[in-house]
Design a binder for this molecule. Structure first.
Ligand SMILES: Cc1cc2nc3c(=O)[nH]c(=O)nc-3n(C[C@H](O)[C@H](O)[C@H](O)COP(=O)(O)OP(=O)(O)OC[C@H]3O[C@@H](n4cnc5c(N)ncnc54)[C@H](O)[C@@H]3O)c2cc1C
Length: 169
């Protein structure tokens, strides 16, 4: 029986994380593309590495599709690959405990900013939150979430004091 196939990604985000490491001898490429969580939810009750042959075959199909997507734009890319690994929203849900396996956490939509629970303060005395979910998505969002929380802990105008120090240096 053919494996049910999601709409395979037609666009993606390509980066080379190992290039940030000047000492790295081998290199890694990362391709990120959107696939709907609901397509994988049929396997969500099964545990990591025990999701069966259909799931494994589907992952192989998606892996090839992503590599071919890049290959079309950068011919020769696939010949450089020694090892490829695919994570699905189930992987991210399992390892990051993020809702529906969303790698960027809470959706970055205008409604997000209206939620009273978005922020560093909590109803529990001396318990503060930080990271992307308190500010904005991604690495920069997480970093600014750290600055935001540190700012609150620094008292009045704490955020501005930190920003002023950063700008001076
Ligand atoms: C595959 C992938 C690629 C990505 N690529 C990019 C990119 O190119 N650019 C970009 O801007 N963003 C990217 N992101 C998103 C980015 O990684 C996140 O937005 C960012 O890491 C969020 O930082 P954070 O500190 O808020 O949370 P996290 O980085 O998730 O840190 C949370 C930490 O808390 C720990 N933790 C969780 N629960 C507990 C517990 N109960 N007790 C103790 N510790 C706990 C976790 O182990 C983790 O170390 C990517 C994410 C993924 C998954």
């Amino acid at each position: 029986m053919p494996i049910p196939s999601p709409n395979l990604p037609k666009f993606g985000y390509l980066s080379f994380p190992s290039l940030k490491d000047p000492l790295s001898k081998g290199h890694t490429a990362e391709i990120i593309a959107h696939l709907d969580y609901d397509f994988f939810s049929q396997w969500r009750e099964q545990s990591w590495r025990r999701r069966g042959t259909d799931y494994t075959a589907l992952k192989a199909q998606i892996t090839q599709s992503l590599i071919q997507l890049v290959e079309r734009h950068y011919p020769g890319f696939q010949d450089l690959i020694e090892y490829a690994e695919l994570s699905t929203p189930l992987t991210v849900e399992h390892f990051n405990a993020s809702d529906r396996g969303a790698i960027y956490g809470i959706p970055c939509i205008p409604e997000r900013l209206d939620q009273s629970w978005i922020g560093a303060r909590t109803p529990i005395k001396n318990l503060y939150l930080t990271g992307a979910d308190t500010m904005s998505l991604g690495i920069m969002g997480a970093m600014m979430g750290g600055v935001k929380t540190a700012g609150i802990l620094n008292g009045a105008f704490g955020f501005f004091k930190i920003m002023a120090t950063i700008m001076r240096k």
